[in-house]
Design a protein around this ligand. Structure first.
Ligand SMILES: [Zn+2]
Length: 259
């Protein structure tokens, strides 16, 4: 299924300007270790990056610890979830199909994170407190954060297409009683958005504990959007988190310096 009626060849054309494979390998490895260190991405969950040509992507092996993923560990998969290249005998995550089908349908998406963050997911477990934009940087999700009703693992193409139908044109979604999916134009964008998605949920959770929650109004979203520079914001926060990770020994400085 193609959400926007576009074929794989259309994906190839629009994704022609994605970064080199070498650069994306570094960014996926760093983002994976960063999200793990921030306790957003734990023993499962994954980050992927569309490769030049548009119809293959990088993703980590199923079994590799998220704290130890390195650029050379990453697999290249096609949009059917088959491994095109990578260490022999190594499988992609069982939920690789959510990445496949989102890349097939959403040519604006060049990176995807999927994780299972408990506080964020709490909002799928109650009737009347949806996860809405509460904090300023949650303007990213002003169009909504849809919830997929089926908590199953996305372990085949049909379930992947179901995820695409729920995601629609939005930039993040939740799977009920399961986890989150974040999409963006770059790996670093997906990393920063994942941080903000969790911050927004944790703030809303605390607010709900002490009173009636007040999500951002349309006027407030418009006000914060005015003058907001996404590219600058991503560069600033990436520098902050990457420099901290290097100091803490989470990944080597040479990885960040090489991109
Ligand atoms: Zn999952």
């Amino acid at each position: 299924m193609q959400v926007h009626g576009k074929s794989d060849s259309a994906a190839a054309v629009e994704a022609a300007d994605v970064p080199s494979e070498a650069s994306s390998r570094l960014d996926v490895a760093m983002s994976t270790r960063l999200l793990n260190s921030l306790k957003i991405l734990a023993y499962s969950g994954h980050v992927s990056a569309r490769l030049p040509g548009g119809v293959t992507f990088l993703i980590q092996p199923q079994e590799k610890s998220r704290a130890e993923v390195s650029p050379d560990d990453l697999l290249v998969c096609d949009l059917d979830g088959k491994v095109v290249s990578g260490p022999s005998g190594v499988k992609p995550p069982s939920e690789v199909f959510l990445h496949c089908e989102i890349y097939r349908a959403r040519t604006d998406v060049n990176s995807i994170a999927h994780f299972h963050h408990d506080v964020t997911n709490v909002f799928t477990l109650v009737e009347d407190v949806p996860l809405l934009p509460f904090k300023n940087h949650a303007i990213r999700w002003k169009s909504g954060i849809p919830v997929h009703a089926d908590p199953a693992h996305v372990d085949d193409a049909e379930r992947g297409r179901g995820i695409v139908a729920t995601l629609g044109p939005h930039h993040a979604m939740q799977i009920r009683a399961h986890g989150q999916i974040v999409t963006a134009e770059t790996v670093r964008g997906v990393f920063i958005d994942s941080v903000h998605l969790v911050e927004n949920a944790e703030a809303a959770y605390r607010a709900a504990a002490i009173g009636q929650v007040k999500p951002l109004t349309e006027a407030e979203i418009e006000s914060f959007s005015h003058g907001f520079r996404r590219g600058h914001h991503i560069r600033k926060l990436w520098n902050y988190y990457a420099r901290g990770a290097i100091r803490d020994g989470i990944f080597p400085e040479t990885w960040n310096a090489a991109t």
